[in-house]
Design a protein around this ligand. Sequence first.
Ligand code: GDP
Ligand code: MG
Length: 329
Amino acid sequence: MSDDHLRPDPTIPNLPAADEPFSFAPVGSEPTRAGFVAIVGKPNVGKSTLINTLLGVKVSPITSKPQTSRRGVRGIYSSEHRQIVFVDTPGLHRGGDALDKAMTQEVREAVVDVETILWVVDLRRPPGDEDKDVARFLNGLGPDARIWIVGNKIDVAKYPDEALSLYRDLYPKREREIVLSALEDPKAVYALREDLLALLPLNPWFFPGDASSDQTREQWAAEIVREATMVHLRQELPYAVAVQTTDWRDPRPGKDEPLVISAEIWVEKMGHRPIVLGKGGKMIREIGKTARKQLEVFLNTKIYLELDVVVRRDWREDREALRELGFQV
Ligand code: GDP
Ligand code: MG
């Protein structure tokens, strides 16, 4: 008998489904296969979008502002007897502060022992300095690295062939080239996923079949709040905003209460606080509204979201603070 009906549709968010039990184990009698796939590329090329489409679940933050994925968020895709663990990476970049060092270290760690590395590039533009940095990083990996160039944003690229050939010149050893739109063409992304699934080695699964991410729910909620903050503040703040979930209170059984989530938005300077709060608290209310809507859609429950703006001077240099945010420093 087929267990097919027990498996969640991978295109439907599979975060907490209130009452429906899923099948968590590999399906079928074939030996299990599993492996890691890393996604690298400079900021804003569409890495998070690609990973979200690959998974059919929103697991990493997406905004139109660069530098929004800080943590190496993993997404997990399980199908029949195969499992891919996707590793999203923060952008590689050149600054010298503790945050930059922690991030570069995370990228290195993210690509150790992966089956395939997807180098995502933006086909609207020829390679820039940051792409060259990524290429240098890839060229420094061992000869066993299997690297595919993923040319993204084909939907809006004017000279995709020319751009792709310039990226290829930076990394001629690439094993494959795929051209797609992570945003507009999910079918192409699913085809890429099939190719990745086909290459997985024999391995036990790394995570239970129902896991879509190894983030805690608190980290996940914090990323949603941070994304909303970035969306609303756009150019008004530098990128040094962090969010930490400080409390998560489920409704008491049998009571008609909202789920209460409390979070702190960390800013570096006293002067940033009024910007995040806005006139008469207007900005923070907008941020809260956007984040709450997202959380409610994904958690499928009524939510009361409590936000605080906290000045944590120099948290980017503060190892303790970075550790609290989940970095390994
Ligand atoms: P990351 O910094 O590499 O993770 O990039 P994001 O996934 O956050 O995407 C940056 C921006 O590019 C967002 O505004 C996305 O909506 C947009 N984007 C991503 N993929 C595509 C695509 O295939 N086509 C178009 N037109 N926009 C895209
Ligand atoms: Mg990202």
